[in-house]
Design a protein around this ligand. Structure first.
Ligand SMILES: [Mg+2]
Length: 248
């Protein structure tokens, strides 16, 4: 069995880390001069009610890209904390059960070694890491790190998570972004787990039993109860168990 994990808001607590970075470097980033609402300095991921959560405080796309680029250059992804201290043990257990652990993220290409550093320093098992970083990197390429072949590889001509799903053919994909969940479905991934966030709540409600946003009404999709790792891991075990039983 193979699982493709998204990183941010699934394994790593990126939104909070980014918001803390904005607060810490507020003066250097000169965001006040750009009329960004200082309320962003006290915000948390609980305030992220849309995919472009930052625009709520007047951090427009141009300013976001500038700030995000600096966050990447300052190598913040190397120290971005996991969403839970239990992740290392839980993913380690999945690996011992024979699950191949693959991460696929839209973080910029240039941050892939920082991703590896943070997985390693937190003791989180990985077999492969993909960075699909057309964003900021402006290159239609994917970078791959494989533990068995420790070379960093360029995979030219592909730039989307969908392409990685087609190459890897995972059994399960986890993501908090619907676009990627739907790409997984189109790529023929049998099971996709939507990590519940405010910005995918409406879609979950539309596609759930009795519109409650908890139990998926669509075959091949399931939702976590919350964005807490406990809930994410529980859903993985449930789906894994269902697939194992179906194979017998
Ligand atoms: Mg994510």
């Amino acid at each position: 069995m193979k699982i493709v994990f998204d990183l941010d808001e699934v394994v790593f607590d990126w939104i909070n880390d980014f918001l803390q970075y904005v607060d810490k470097y507020w003066d250097q980033l000169e965001l006040e001069d750009e009329r960004v609402d200082p309320a962003i300095r006290k915000a948390t991921s609980a305030d992220a009610d849309s995919w472009e959560f930052f625009s709520k405080w007047g951090l427009n796309r141009r300013l976001f890209e500038k700030t995000y680029n600096k966050y990447c250059d300052d190598r913040q992804f190397a120290s971005c904390p996991p969403t839970s201290p239990d992740i290392a043990a839980d993913i380690g257990w999945l690996s011992e059960c024979g699950v191949e652990i693959v991460y696929c993220t839209s973080r910029p290409l240039k941050t892939i070694l920082d991703t590896r550093a943070s997985l390693d320093s937190n003791g989180i098992h990985w077999d492969k890491i993909y960075h699909c970083g057309a964003y900021l990197s402006k290159m239609n390429s994917v970078l791959r790190l494989t533990k068995e072949k420790p070379n960093l590889e360029y995979i030219d001509g592909i730039s989307q998570k969908k392409d990685v799903f087609l190459i890897e053919k995972p059994d399960i994909v986890l993501d908090d972004k619907l676009e990627y969940i739907l790409e997984a479905y189109e790529a023929g991934v049998p099971e996709s787990i939507v990590v519940a966030m405010k910005y995918n709540e409406e879609w979950r409600e539309k596609n759930s039993v009795r519109g409650l946003g908890r139990k998926s009404a669509k075959t091949g999709f399931s939702f976590t109860n919350s964005n807490k790792w406990r809930s994410v891991f529980y859903e993985i075990l449930k789906v894994k168990n269902k697939m194992t039983k179906a194979k017998v």
